[in-house]
Design a protein around this ligand. Structure first.
Ligand code: FAD
Length: 284
């Protein structure tokens, strides 16, 4: 099923997983998925590259298993360094596996020299995919602006180009202040971006996790969040519970304000996903 169909009559709830770093740990992801499937997912996405090693076929095999269990699957696909020929082969594999949804990404630019490939931006890959298959295209967006962009106005202009290239639904990077999301939604409306936007929520349950995210993607830490971290960082159980409560608060507010969907960055932790699901599922 194409994800654009999901938004017709409800707020959607989706989960993100990443393939295990070692192929020998593959069974752990299927165990995680079995638990996530109990949490009424509208769809589940599988990363490629970010956070996990592996190869395209491993990510696509996981996505296929999700789809085969009756849940729409989204395969993440970064295009950095990719040639048109390689992309055509991956599109063929996606078709063979019956995966209809692609999260089309540029990917983070590697440090130092690298082979640029045939696609500079995600929008270039999206236009190419649209010419070569009948896929539903999901893309990334950034409530606080993408880390490489000069300013938020430029970022929205680039997002509009990307959406016009053929995006069916957007998912945001994590954010910790819902006001950033609402201001971003307003900029999207002004720019004529009308596709559904899922809010990406990451429950932050330890300090190193958020330090990694801030250095990687420049997420702003609101003072109520840093106070929480300062108070609980030396008590892992309290930190975990506070992080879950913070995410639940964000989600309750977002749903109350009519968000199109919530995309939960599960970090492959079904326990935390379950706690959040139990707290919010009656609101959806
Ligand atoms: P783009 O949309 O191409 O934008 C990249 C930058 O270029 C932005 O600064 C943008 O403003 C600018 N830009 C875009 N178009 C133009 C233009 N025409 N002219 C000038 N500038 C332009 N990474 C992975 O490697 N694997 C994953 O699985 C993965 N999953 C993700 C899932 C989500 C929901 C999100 C939010 C991010 C994910 N990422 C993943 C990270 C992503 O690859 C990085 O954030 C990357 O740096 C940007 O990718 P993009 O597709 O948003 O790029």
């Amino acid at each position: 099923m194409k994800t654009k169909e999901l938004f017709k009559d409800k707020t959607i709830l989706s989960y993100e997983v990443f393939p295990p770093k070692k192929a020998t740990n593959l069974s752990s992801i299927y165990h995680t998925l079995d638990e996530l499937k109990e949490l009424s997912p509208d769809c589940i996405s599988v990363t490629y590259g970010a956070g996990g090693g592996g190869n395209h076929s491993q990510s696509l095999a996981i996505a296929q298993s999700i789809k085969d269990s009756g849940i729409p699957a989204i395969a993440h696909l970064p295009c950095i360094g990719m040639t048109q020929k390689e992309l055509l082969e991956i599109l063929q594999e996606l078709e063979q596996r019956g995966i209809e949804n692609i999260l089309a990404l540029r990917g983070d630019l590697p440090d130092g020299q690298y082979a640029p490939g045939d696609f500079e931006y995600a929008s270039d890959m999206i236009a190419f995919i649209k010419e070569h298959g009948d896929f539903n295209i999901v893309a990334a967006c950034y409530p606080e602006g993408h880390i490489d962009t000069k300013n938020k106005v430029e970022d929205i202009k680039h997002l509009k180009i990307k959406v016009d290239a053929g995006v069916d639904h957007l998912i945001t990077q994590l954010f910790l202040d819902n006001q950033d999301f609402y201001a971003f939604k307003e900029r999207c409306e002004l720019a004529g971006i009308e596709v559904p936007i899922e809010a990406g929520i990451m429950p932050v349950v330890n300090k190193s996790q958020i330090e990694r995210m801030t250095s990687l993607c420049g997420v702003k830490l609101p003072s109520k969040f840093t106070k929480m971290m300062d108070r609980y960082q030396d008590n892992p159980v309290a930190m975990r519970d506070a992080g879950i409560a913070y995410a639940v608060n964000q989600i309750v507010d977002l749903i109350s304000q009519g968000v199109d969907g919530i995309h939960l960055y599960t970090m492959n932790n079904p326990y935390i996903a379950k706690r959040i699901y139990q707290a919010v599922h009656n609101l959806i």
